[in-house]
Write a protein that binds this ligand. Structure first.
Ligand SMILES: Cc1cc2nc3c(=O)[nH]c(=O)nc-3n(C[C@H](O)[C@H](O)[C@H](O)COP(=O)(O)OP(=O)(O)OC[C@H]3O[C@@H](n4cnc5c(N)ncnc54)[C@H](O)[C@@H]3O)c2cc1C
Length: 490
């Protein structure tokens, strides 16, 4: 094609917002007309971490941005294919001067794809600018100045692209549509009323709603699986898919800091915002933790395998372990994409300690359930709760104690396991202890009406403690722990 039109490309990834988007700002300031694209890649469609819930959220987010962009007569084109193939097709039609995107801290295949894109850009003399996200640095092999670096990034003034002067390529050439356009599956457009809705507008609504009233009780309810659904911010999917930036959330929280009666909640909330990038940085620095324990000495940990391992894993996934609080959590997360931090930690602890299942066998399953799946938080947290870092306090959650402490009235259990509704306190937390007389009184039989526990909870915890402590004291674990501390802590 002769006289190709010059083009700047803004490639949206996990930064689906218009405001405080440094990549979009840079892209919009280029002299050549700007095309906005999102690439749906087969590698992501096939990825076991991804579920229809994520695609719906992405689609809702893009729809929201397109509604906002309509005033400029601009829109994001959703293209389908491998990134290099899509860019090659674009290059056949346009003269691409510059590609701008954010720097993705993703799963291994997105990193490999980015290396391929970089090689492609170099060979075709196309400039590619990647903009760091949040306080995450690439590369970073120590945390000596981490708090300072965090502040420098997160306290900086948000950058709002001025889009009214931008010259747009509103509709890509027809050929592009023929080769890379793709009919969005109808299922992506369906609304699931159990899930949070994606979009920049929704993100801001959620943030403001949190600070209007419900966040005041954040601190006191953080562990309660029912109440925390309202009193936690619920910003995680918006942060994970980039509908709002960490900087925007943190700075908004600073503007609320002196509200009477809110101090403990705001301090606790802000400390979690600090954890956000702290964890993502760990993953950025040592991304092999997607595949192996960060502490390599746990590579030969004696997990339960074979048919017994399969049975245990299947029971955990489907919420049929016979331990009510664990089953209620698994059913809740499958249905709604969310459970609070404490319950996430507990179900992972139960999987890896009580059931003695290799953490790697549960990680992608839970990722697919969490609407807020963020690889950089998910993998380090998973490993921490599985006790394979060698640097964190070993925590084997007692699910019965958690149930009694955090769901004392059994409200959460009854919602997700209605078959237990007739059981009184404290039996509902451990129905297997019922005497024959109680069974007759409540017309309930564990095996008939629910499940007998898949393991003996106390015995399994004691065995897990022995296994974990015998490992933690190994010189190889300690040596690796020293290495991890040096790289990943400040
Ligand atoms: C095994 C496991 C896996 C997890 N996987 C994810 C994940 O894929 N994506 C994800 O966003 N969070 C993950 N978390 C962290 C945490 O559970 C969620 O961020 C939190 O429950 C989201 O709810 P919220 O937005 O209401 O959080 P709030 O309590 O309101 O916190 C505000 C924000 O701070 C950040 N944050 C909160 N807690 C943590 C934490 N412990 N570590 C790092 N950042 C935190 C999140 O971005 C969150 O949105 C995981 C935790 C565990 C134990």
């Amino acid at each position: 094609m002769t006289n190709k039109q010059a083009l700047t490309v803004m490639w949206f990834k996990r930064d689906l917002r218009l405001r405080d988007n440094d990549a979009l700002k840079i892209a919009s300031e280029q002299k050549t007309p700007l095309a906005l694209i999102y690439i749906v890649e087969p590698l992501m469609i096939e990825d076991p971490h991804m579920d229809i819930r994520h695609w719906r959220f992405i689609f809702q987010s893009i729809t929201d941005l397109n509604e906002q962009l309509a005033q400029f007569n601009a829109s994001i084109s959703i293209l389908f294919g491998n990134a290099v193939d899509v860019l090659s097709k674009l290059l056949e039609i346009y003269s691409i001067k510059h590609i701008v995107s954010h720097e993705e801290v993703g799963l291994e295949h997105t990193y490999v794809r980015d290396k391929d894109v970089l090689a492609w850009c170099r060979s075709h003399k196309v400039k590619w600018t990647e903009v760091a996200q949040g306080a995450v640095h690439r590369p970073l092999n120590h945390r000596k100045n981490w708090p300072k670096q965090w502040n420098a990034r997160i306290l900086a003034t948000p950058t709002h692209p001025e889009l009214s002067n931008t010259e747009w390529v509103s509709n890509l050439h027809q050929e592009m549509y023929e080769d890379c356009m793709w009919t969005i599956p109808e299922k992506w457009k369906e609304l699931d009323v159990n899930m949070q809705l994606g979009g920049e507008k929704r993100a801001w609504y959620t943030l403001k709603h949190f600070f209007k009233e419900r966040g005041k009780a954040y601190f006191g309810n953080i562990g309660d699986p029912t109440v925390s659904r309202k009193t936690c911010s619920r910003l995680s999917p918006y942060l994970a898919w980039g509908n709002i930036s960490l900087k925007q959330v943190y700075q908004f929280s600073l503007s609320q800091s002196d509200r009477p009666g809110w101090t403990r909640s705001i301090v606790a909330f802000q400390s979690r915002l600090h954890w956000h990038c702290h964890f993502i940085q760990k993953f950025e620095t040592e991304s092999a933790m997607q595949f192996r324990p960060i502490n390599k000495a746990y590579l030969d940990f004696p997990y339960c395998g074979g048919a017994e391992g399969e049975t245990r894993l299947a029971a955990w996934k489907s919420g049929c372990t016979g331990v009510p609080i664990v089953d209620a959590c698994m059913r809740a997360v499958v249905k709604t994409g969310y459970i609070n931090f404490r319950m996430r930690a507990m179900v992972v602890s139960f999987l890896c300690h009580h059931l003695n299942i290799d953490w790697r066998r549960g990680a992608s399953f839970l990722a697919a359930q969490f609407l807020d799946f963020e690889p950089g938080i998910h993998y380090p947290q998973f490993q921490m709760q599985a006790g394979v870092t060698g640097i964190n306090t070993l925590r084997i959650y007692n699910p019965v104690k958690q149930s009694i402490d955090k769901d004392s009235e059994g409200i959460f259990i009854k919602k997700w396991l209605p078959q237990l509704t007739s059981l009184p306190n404290p039996i509902i937390h451990q129905p297997w202890v019922m005497t024959p007389m109680e069974e007759a009184m409540y017309d309930f039989n564990c095996e008939r009406d629910y499940y007998s526990p898949i393991i003996d909870v106390e015995k399994a915890a004691s065995e897990a403690r022995d296994r974990m402590w015998s490992y933690k004291s190994k010189p190889t674990v300690k040596k690796e722990a020293a290495r991890i501390l040096k790289i990943h802590t400040s």
